[in-house]
Ligand binder design. Structure first.
Ligand SMILES: Cc1cc2nc3c(=O)[nH]c(=O)nc-3n(C[C@H](O)[C@H](O)[C@H](O)COP(=O)(O)OP(=O)(O)OC[C@H]3O[C@@H](n4cnc5c(N)ncnc54)[C@H](O)[C@@H]3O)c2cc1C
Length: 409
């Protein structure tokens, strides 16, 4: 009988692909190779918020303490403010049990932590996937540099423009949201001493601005979301114009504290904001998807990376149980079924939250906006933050084991 480890190729060495690599090695005992098109593993100079549900996944992988250490704790719940700085509501930041509390981390610091848990020969840089071919009991990959390789299974963690996705579903263009993000980091020592060490979001007419601390509070992450009819290609590195960002939030209606904050920014990057409609299925045979490749969402509920962490843990648990020649195919089907609905709701929630924070559509009525921001807190805590992707996968497996036992009893 063949007892060798399952050989899995992951396409894409972003936060999703690297987390998946660790999960598949640690939980499923797989032999993993990550193929990344870039010559260096790098991330945009900006932050990411790690929510309680993502932390639960990192905890399961034994990574949480290290990630937290590299990040910056927040002093309390995030605050949503009106355009002029009036506090509207504290937003949910911890799970119901109070065990996990949201924090921020610089993306490059997160990559460093993940990279340390992956053997260096398991990451192949400068490998851009060119094509993917399903064979009878394996998958063949061809890279633009001429390398060919065969694996038992393939995970596409290749982001919003995923080529792996195009091999599973009909290719389509991502949907432009009508907004771009100006993002970057600020030296925290430039800020007034009493600047809150937590997340703050100023909500305005058609735009909003958020900031929170990173890197043991030495840096501050900022993102200004503004409407634009100049859709930018989604990119990590399009340098933006700081004076345009300042002009967007420079009007008298904006909180003077926010305007002072923006004056301190000396560098910014642009980011076109796209999402996709939820997929009805994202696995075919021995090929599946994870992270933005599976469920590109707008960033307005801060869940893109957190969902990729949930995906990783869930996928690894289902793959751990794979048996026989069809085992991988079944595992990928179960993983997709377990993740589809939750991630589709996240995609829809992100769109809705964007309208809320931008005070658009039904939220032009500021009273309604503020009431809904306050009312959303409990939903976010219970639906977003209390979720345990590992427990859901284990429960699904237990149910099917019990059903099988009952059938053959
Ligand atoms: C402004 C903004 C703020 C955000 N804030 C948050 C937040 O606070 N919390 C949160 O959870 N999420 C947040 N997100 C979302 C988050 O950034 C994404 O969901 C996440 O980075 C997706 O990770 P990924 O690994 O799936 O994809 P990516 O990070 O896009 O990685 C894909 C990788 O695949 C590689 N690749 C692509 N094609 C190929 C190929 N053919 N061959 C080989 N390699 C390939 C790419 O080079 C890349 O390294 C935010 C997004 C934005 C825009």
């Amino acid at each position: 009988m063949d007892h060798r480890a399952t050989r899995v190729a992951i396409i894409g060495g972003g936060l999703g692909g690297l987390t998946a690599a660790i999960a598949l090695m640690k939980i499923a005992g797989a032999e993993v190779t990550v193929f990344e098109q870039a010559r260096k593993l790098a991330e945009v100079g900006a932050g990411v918020g790690i929510a309680p549900n993502g932390q639960r996944g990192l905890d399961r992988l034994g990574l949480l303490d290290e990630v937290k250490l590299a990040g910056a704790p927040w002093d309390g719940p995030g605050v949503n403010l009106s355009t002029d700085g009036r506090p509207v509501a504290e937003v949910a930041w911890s799970d119901s049990a109070g065990r996990y509390q949201s924090f921020g981390i610089h993306r490059a610091d997160f990559i460093d932590v993940l990279r340390r848990s992956i053997p260096s020969d398991a990451v192949r840089l400068g490998h851009r996937l060119a094509s993917i071919h399903a064979l009878d009991s394996s998958v063949r990959l061809e890279f633009e540099n001429g390398v060919n390789a065969e694996f038992d299974a393939v995970v596409g963690a290749d982001g919003v423009h995923s080529l792996v996705r195009d091999s599973i579903v009909q290719p389509s263009a991502p949907i432009y949201s009508g907004s771009i993000a100006y993002r970057g980091v600020l030296d925290a020592s430039l800020l007034p001493e009493d600047w809150p060490m937590r997340s703050q979001v100023w909500m305005g007419g058609g735009k909003h601005f958020m900031c929170y601390p990173l890197r043991q509070r030495k840096l501050f992450n900022y993102v200004g979301f503004v409407p634009s009819d100049r859709p930018l290609k989604e990119s990590w590195s399009a340098e933006g114009d700081v004076s345009e960002l300042a002009a967007e939030f420079g009007g008298e209606e904006w909180d003077p504290r926010l305007r002072e904050f923006i004056k301190l920014i000396d560098k910014t990057f642009w980011w076109g904001l796209y999402d996709r409609e939820p997929l009805a299925n994202w696995s075919r045979g021995r090929v599946t998807l994870l992270g933005d490749a599976a469920h590109t969402m707008l960033p307005y509920v801060g869940q893109g990376v957190n969902q990729a962490i949930e995906d990783s843990v869930s996928l690894a648990i289902f793959l751990r149980e794979a048996e026989g020649p069809e085992g991988i195919i079944d595992a990928f089907k179960r993983y997709t079924t377990a993740r589809l609905q939750r991630t589709a709701i996240m995609q829809a929630s992100s769109r809705r939250s964007g309208s809320q924070l931008d005070s658009q559509a039904e939220y032009e009525d500021i009273k309604k906006r503020d009431a809904d921001v306050r009312a959303g807190r409990d939903f976010r805590r219970s639906f977003f933050y209390d979720y345990d992707a590992a427990a859901v996968a284990e429960k699904t497996l237990m149910r099917s084991r019990n059903a099988r036992r009952a059938l053959f009893a």
